[in-house]
Every structure is written in structure tokens, then in C-alpha cells.
Design a protein around this ligand. Structure first.
Ligand code: SAM
Length: 187
């Protein structure tokens, strides 16, 4: 099963990470680029935060656990990335930055961050939450609808490995099916 391009294989993992197939959607559906400022929480192993930093101008990544920030800092060194700041803060208490292009949330109860994301984002800026369970998605979306974010939608990205052989080609028998649902909304 092909999960990681070679770039990711050298990275350390602590808590569960967002995999490249989902990171790809976050980057494209948020339309971030080399001029973008992003906020991310929780940092965890830093896989999403560092992938965002590879392509945008600067990333502020929040986590309330210093031990997880340490893992992400090791990954930052491995990748030699310096356009990122890790913040040992609970993001449900507020976001310091303003006029940002993306707020990406991979943590329980992202609905507690909606009001802070609204203040932090620029007009048309993107809020995305990565959530493993559909009950969490429903709670998040119902709260988003009350908060006047626009263009709210939820997607799941499934990537299939194909077995290419002389005798006949088809999808492999094994695969990684569910990782998480991605809910996007725009200010
Ligand atoms: C699944 S991990 C994130 C993984 C990360 N997205 C990655 O790709 O490596 C979830 C993280 O959210 C953090 N977290 C949970 N609640 C938080 C909060 N209120 N503020 C900041 N971080 C929080 C946890 O400490 C944990 O490190």
C-alpha cells in the first residue's frame, strides 16, 4: 500500500497524522500559495503544518502539548524549514493572528474555534476541519451554519492503489479506506 511519497518517510510520528492524500486536498481547496499566512491546530507531529509551510509564506501552529511540539520541531529540523512558529497554546482560547488565509483544525471539538477563526481570517479565507467521525462533522457543520461562514461542504478523499501486472491489472485487495472527513468553509 502506497501511503507516503519518499519525502514523508523520514518524518517522525507522535500522535495520529494527516496523510498526504488529505493534505493535498487542504492545499488545493484552500487555494493557499507562496503569499499565504496559515494557522494550524493542533500541531501534533507537524505533518500538516510543515506541508503547509513548504508552500506558503508563514505558518503559526498551535498545540497545548509541549511534548508533541517537540516532535514537530524535530521534523522541522529534518526538513530544514524556518517559516513556521510553534505556539504552546490552547487554540480554543483565541487566535493571535489576523488577516490569515487559512485556519486548519485537526483536533477534537473544532466548533469551539469557529468564532476565533472568523476573527483571524481575511474575507474569503478558508476554514477547514479534519475529523474522523461523522457525528463530529455534523456538530461542526451545524455550528458553522449559525456562524455565517459560506460555501460549507464536507468531502472524503479515497485513494486506491492499482496492481499493474502482465496477466491483468486491477485495484489491490488491501487499502487504506477511511482516514478523516474534511469540512471546508469560507469567510
Ligand atoms: C491528531 S493530532 C494533530 C496531528 C497533525 N495535524 C499532524 O498532521 O501531524 C491532534 C493534536 O491536537 C492537539 N490539541 C487538542 N486540543 C487542542 C487545543 N484546544 N488547542 C491546541 N491543540 C490542541 C493535541 O495535543 C494533538 O497534538
Amino acid at each position: 500500500m502506497f501511503l507516503y511519497p519518499p519525502f514523508y518517510r523520514k518524518l517522525k510520528r507522535g500522535p495520529q497524522v494527516i496523510l498526504p492524500k488529505d493534505i493535498a486536498l487542504i492545499i488545493e481547496f484552500s487555494s493557499i500559495d507562496k503569499n499565504s499566512i496559515c494557522v494550524d491546530a493542533g500541531t501534533g507531529s507537524g505533518w500538516l503544518a510543515l506541508s503547509l509551510a513548504r508552500i506558503c509564506k508563514f505558518v503559526y501552529s498551535y498545540d497545548k502539548r509541549p511534548d508533541f511540539i517537540n516532535i514537530a520541531m524535530k521534523n522541522k529540523e529534518i526538513l530544514n524549514i524556518d517559516n513556521i512558529e510553534f505556539k504552546n497554546k490552547d487554540i480554543t482560547k483565541g487566535i493571535d493572528e489576523r488577516n490569515v488565509d487559512l485556519v486548519a483544525l485537526d483536533m477534537p471539538n473544532p466548533e469551539l474555534v469557529i468564532k476565533h477563526a472568523k476573527k483571524a481570517l481575511r474575507d474569503n479565507g478558508c476554514l477547514v476541519a479534519y475529523l474522523p467521525n461523522i457525528e463530529q462533522v455534523k456538530k461542526f457543520v451545524l455550528k458553522l451554519e449559525k456562524s455565517k461562514f459560506k460555501d460549507i461542504y464536507t468531502v472524503e478523499n479515497m485513494v486506491r492503489d492499482l496492481l499493474i501486472r502482465k496477466e491483468g491489472s486491477r485495484p489491490t485487495n488491501k487499502g487504506l479506506w477511511h482516514t478523516g472527513y474534511l469540512t471546508f468553509a469560507y469567510k
